[in-house]
Write a protein of this length. Structure first.
Length: 183
């Protein structure tokens, strides 16, 4: 999206506050399980993770804690503790976050610095697949969504960073960082 159309932070937060991301909602937990289940298959219990962009309820972090993970949360609006961004993690999750980033490559570089060698970056975002339907696509019409990703874009990012990419489920990308903290 053209930066001239980005919302001011207060308006962006007001839209996020309308989302019903209740950690106790079974439907929301099923939605997050799309990312959690393939990630848990790759990461041993006790691993240290960061839920980057956790939102107000940190539901995914709670789900991963219940599976034995040591979780930290960060969100610029709901959990803005910058000290958690100075540490390194065995994995980082970003569910429904990438589409909101004004400078996605810069944020991905920051996330890479927080990944230990061999660590996983788990992303969930609705992949853009059909140009002919883009103008009416529900995901595009959210004014907080400023950038969209195709599977080919995610592969480009993997090649750029030297990561290994797998797509275990629709709209889920798992990147394995080879070097950790490299950039």
């Amino acid at each position: 999206m053209d930066p001239a159309h980005w919302l001011p932070a207060a308006e962006e937060r007001a839209i996020y506050d309308l989302h019903d991301n209740n950690p106790a909602d079974p439907g929301y937990r099923r939605f997050l399980a799309k990312l959690a289940e393939p990630l848990l298959a790759c990461v041993p219990p006790g691993s240290q993770g960061l839920d980057f962009g956790c939102g107000p309820g940190a539901a995914l972090a709670d789900m991963l804690r219940a599976e034995g993970m040591d979780m930290t949360v960060y969100d610029p609006f709901y959990a803005p503790d910058p000290t958690v961004l100075t540490k390194q993690y065995d994995f980082i999750t970003c569910t429904e976050v990438l589409e909101h980033l004004h400078q996605p490559l810069d944020v991905l570089r920051d996330l890479e610095r927080m990944l230990k060698p061999g660590a996983m970056l788990a992303i969930m975002t609705c992949f853009q697949t059909d140009d002919s339907r883009f103008a009416h696509w529900h995901y595009r019409r959210d004014p907080t969504h400023v950038v969209f990703y195709r599977q080919t874009t995610l592969q480009w990012l993997a090649d750029y960073f030297g990561w290994q990419l797998s797509i275990p489920r629709k709209d889920v990308a798992l990147f394995q960082c080879q070097s950790g903290g490299a950039r």
